[in-house]
Design a protein around this ligand. Structure first.
Ligand code: ADP
Length: 589
């Protein structure tokens, strides 16, 4: 394990202190060190420092404790260390959070100055000709050691941000693979990533690979800096005291560090550098110790734009109220419409019943009007039957009865009885109360049946001519009784119009003519024609010129015909006296 777990570490630190207190030996000086190399490398790099401090401060025992970012923060928070050596980013964060204070800055031989020592190199494989500048990395796979690595990520992040690139959203992939640093260089060379972010000088110091295998994107000119860098340079690592560190110890350590000569690795300590540039970096990125800026930027925006925000909020609330209201109105209206439709259906149902009742009444009315002649008509066969019966009685009385005479009289009587029964059955059928139906019928047949019914009810019947023309087989879909009713009405009206004429001039013509899917039926009389007062009101209900008329016949006929998809009209004949009523019906093949 490279790092011990954080809590175990802190326990160890505490234990070492207790041991010292109990034994009275050298006082330990606990130096927390942010670890970024493997143990062996760390040891070789920092051993000269420990040795130097041990020599310079007799009575003290410097202990170097390697910690990762989280463990280092906790050590500072719990004051489990006396000093901290860490990267500039981590230093600035701990400075702002816990008030640690730098007493010296690392001075490495490689960097021209401790102020310009840390940068990032964004590297690609030397043969990746498509990648030249940092902005070419949009949509590419990028790898780095960690989000908290200062030279290994944060320094480059600032440069990306200034180009308008957000590494967390604009790269196809951003992987943090952890230490050691060569994990990143390996991934780039092996093609597992398009680019890697490493601390400047990493590739120049690599033992395993030649720097020529890599190319640095957007290389910058940094005078005297011996390595390639894609970013500006920042101060080197500081060593800092905690608030709890005894000032005398801090002073002794500072003096010892400044007095330390350059180690074989080219490392020494100098006066503390200015870390303002690091503050700027975090401020710009609004991260680390400055992540509160993001929040305060939002707050500032609210303070600044509150009238606009208020207006938008008001608009939104108004819109929601409007939508809810519209929804409510739509529902209320729908319910009202549904209720109106239901009511309409009920009314229509009632109207249908009334209509049927009116039609029935109308049929009874026609019968009533014809009843005088009807009685006469039925009386005729009854009288004949009576005559035959009486003549049979006479013959019996006279003893002249023969089988042939009995047979003839009986046959005549049976014939007359059948005639009367036929008339009555047709009338009963016509006067029946029933619901509307639809049947396919040949209209010419229906017309003929109606003429028989009509004639059967009359004693003094006029001549009735039926001209079927080419309509002899035309089929219509109708309520046969209703069509009969219309025909009877028209025939009866025609007869009434001719009542003043001598018998031989009374005539009714019925003409059937098919025309393009429609059958025209014309009923003509030769009567007085249309009275001037009847011109306008002919089809209106209750209009009549007759003393005993109801004035419902034609209006009922119109309703029936329209319910069958046809029309009823009246016009004077082309020549001669009278009036022609024409109704139409759609035909069915
Ligand atoms: P009603 O027969 O009870 O009067 P109708 O609605 O059948 O009711 O007729 C209304 C009126 O139309 C009649 O009173 C009559 O004036 C006029 N009329 C109907 N048919 C004819 C016709 N063939 N010739 C002249 N007038 C007619």
């Amino acid at each position: 394990m490279f790092f011990l777990r954080r809590r175990v570490f802190l326990a160890l630190i505490l234990l070492s202190t207790l041991n010292f207190a109990a034994s009275g030996e050298q006082r330990p000086v606990r130096i927390g060190l942010l670890a970024f190399l493997d143990t062996e490398a760390m040891t070789s790099q920092w051993t000269p420092l420990v040795n130097h401090l041990a020599a310079a401060l007799p009575g003290y025992k410097p202990v170097l404790i390697q910690l990762d970012h989280a463990a280092l923060r906790e050590a500072v928070a719990t004051q489990s260390v006396d000093f901290v050596i860490t990267n500039p980013g981590s230093y600035v964060a701990l400075e702002m959070e816990f008030g640690i204070s730098r007493i010296a800055t690392l001075d490495t031989a490689q960097a021209p100055s401790p102020m310009r020592a840390v940068g990032s190199a964004v590297i690609v494989r030397a043969d990746r000709k498509d990648l030249v500048s940092l902005s070419d990395l949009a949509g590419k796979r990028v790898i780095a050691v960690g989000e908290n690595a200062f030279g290994g990520f944060q320094v480059a992040w600032r440069e990306f941000a200034q180009l308008g690139l957000d590494p967390f959203t604009d790269f196809a992939q951003l992987d943090f693979v952890g230490l050691p640093m060569h994990t990143v260089t390996d991934a780039v060379i092996e093609g597992r990533a398009d680019a890697g972010i490493v601390r400047a000088c990493t590739i120049e110091n690599l033992a395993s690979r030649p720097p020529s295998g890599f190319r640095v994107l957007s290389p910058r000119r940094e005078p005297d800096f011996p390595c390639q860098t894609s970013t500006r340079l920042y101060p080197d690592w500081p060593i800092a005291t905690l608030r709890s560190t005894p000032p005398a110890l801090a002073k002794s350590i500072a003096i010892a560090l400044l007095a330390m000569s350059v180690t074989p690795e080219g490392m020494s300590w100098t006066v503390p550098a200015d870390y303002q540039a690091v503050h700027e970096l975090f401020r710009e990125l609004q991260t680390g110790p400055y992540s509160y800026l993001k929040e305060s930027t939002l707050r500032a925006a609210v303070v600044r734009y509150w009238p606009l925000i208020l207006m938008l909020a008001t608009l939104m609330v108004a819109w929601i109220i409007y939508t809810v209201r519209v929804e409510y109105l739509v529902q209320a209206r729908t319910a009202a419409l549904r209720q109106a439709l239901d009511e309409r259906k009920t009314i229509e149902g009632r109207m249908r019943v009334h209509q049927e009742q009116v039609e029935h009444l109308s049929r009874l009315s026609i019968l009533g009007e014809l009843s005088g002649t009807l009685a006469h008509e039925i009386n005729q066969p009854l009288a004949s039957i009576g005559n035959y019966a009486q003549s049979l009685v006479l013959r019996v009385d006279n003893g002249r009865v023969t089988d042939a005479a009995v047979r003839e009289a009986s046959l005549e009587m049976a014939g007359q009885a059948a005639r009367a029964a036929g008339i009555l059955s047709r009338i009963r059928g016509f006067s029946r109360k029933r619901a509307t139906v639809r049947e396919r019928r040949v209209l010419a047949e229906l017309v003929r049946e109606t003429v028989v019914l009509f004639s059967g009810m009359l004693s003094n019947r006029p001549e009735i001519r039926v001209d079927e023309g080419t309509a002899a087989n035309c089929v219509v879909e109708v309520d046969p009784l209703q069509i009969q009713q219309i025909m009877l009405n028209l025939l009866k009206n025609g007869l009434d119009a001719m009542q003043d004429l001598p018998d031989d001039q009374r005539r009714l013509d019925i003409v059937l003519r098919p025309d393009n899917g429609t059958l025209h039926v014309a009923v003509r009389d030769y009567g007085r024609g249309l009275a001037p007062e009847a011109q306008e009101h002919l089809f209106e209900p209750f209009f009549t010129t007759k003393t005993d008329g109801l004035g419902l016949g034609l209006s009922i006929c119109t309703t029936i015909i329209e319910a069958h998809g046809g029309r009823l009209s009246a016009q004077p004949p082309a020549e001669g006296p009278g009036l022609v009523f024409t109704f139409t019906l759609p035909t069915h093949d």
